[in-house]
Design a protein around this ligand. Structure first.
Ligand code: MG
Length: 265
């Protein structure tokens, strides 16, 4: 079970000492509070301020990692010269350039079919939001009445089933969102590892810090070493992260601590 971040501060500071910090953060539920609709989830100015501080420190490489489309993510965070991994890591933008994974035409067609199916079967459920992304289709149901959410999940199962059975797509379960994504092994963890390698900093000289709240973030926590710092937001007892904070509102305190600590040598 993850340890309370506040009680582990001394240990975390020791891990940071003298190392280059690869700081990765998720967006929704981590940097920004959840909103009824995804387009309403905004970054608080105070959070942007401390992120900017972190990004400006020579010891820190900052990356924001999200399931959101890359362009949307960059617009929301709006800090230049940092890295962004959107679409669950399929599209990456670093200060040096852009990198996009390729999708096979068959998978692309499967995603189109799932989106079409969802639009048909969920048409009369108020509050459902279907989002066709480049590499996935998301079904958001945060705004759906609690007693109808089970129906929404069944609709999703119905639409993805044929493609899942063929091994083409898989279900990603998020916080009041279901997503159909390619069953190929590429996730936030792969994207974060790719960013570490791109940095050119040898593994022993760097410490990875990652903060996230959702199941997709577990793919990152899983690849962290004991000497790294994984922080889960929320009370997930089964997280692979070593540390936790209870709520999204506390994330700013965590970021302030990193800004303070990495300012020193
Ligand atoms: Mg999240």
């Amino acid at each position: 079970m993850p340890q309370d971040f506040r009680r582990a501060q001394a240990e975390i500071c020791r891990k940071l000492a003298g190392r280059q910090v690869m700081l990765g953060v998720d967006y929704d539920g981590t940097l920004a509070p959840f909103a009824a609709r995804p387009e309403q989830a905004r970054l608080a100015p105070a959070v942007r301020r401390v992120l900017r501080q972190c990004a400006a420190l020579p010891r820190v490489r900052l990356a924001v990692v999200s399931g959101r489309p890359l362009a949307d993510l960059r617009r929301r965070v709006a800090i230049p010269d940092i890295s962004y991994a959107g679409d669950h890591g399929w599209c990456i933008q670093t200060p040096q350039g852009a990198y996009t994974r390729k999708l096979s035409p068959a998978i692309a067609q499967a995603l189109v079919a799932v989106e079409r199916c969802l639009r048909r079967v969920c048409a009369d459920i108020p509050g459902v939001l279907i989002e066709g992304k480049l590499f996935s289709v998301a079904l958001h149901y945060r705004a759906v009445a609690a007693q109808r959410r089970r129906t929404v999940r069944s609709c999703f199962q119905h639409c993805i089933r044929p493609w899942r059975e063929q091994g083409m797509l898989e279900t990603l379960e998020g916080a009041l969102v279901r997503e159909a994504r390619p069953a190929r092994p590429w996730n936030k963890g792969h994207a974060v590892r790719w960013l570490w390698r791109q940095s050119g900093i040898p593994p022993r000289e760097r410490v990875a810090v990652y903060i996230g709240d959702d199941r997709t973030d577990e793919d990152v926590f899983r690849i962290l070493r004991e000497s790294d710092v994984g922080i889960v937001v929320g009370r997930q007892k089964r997280s692979g992260a070593q540390y936790c904070v209870e709520t999204q509102a506390e994330v700013i305190e965590v970021l302030r601590m990193f800004a303070r600590e990495t300012m020193r040598r």
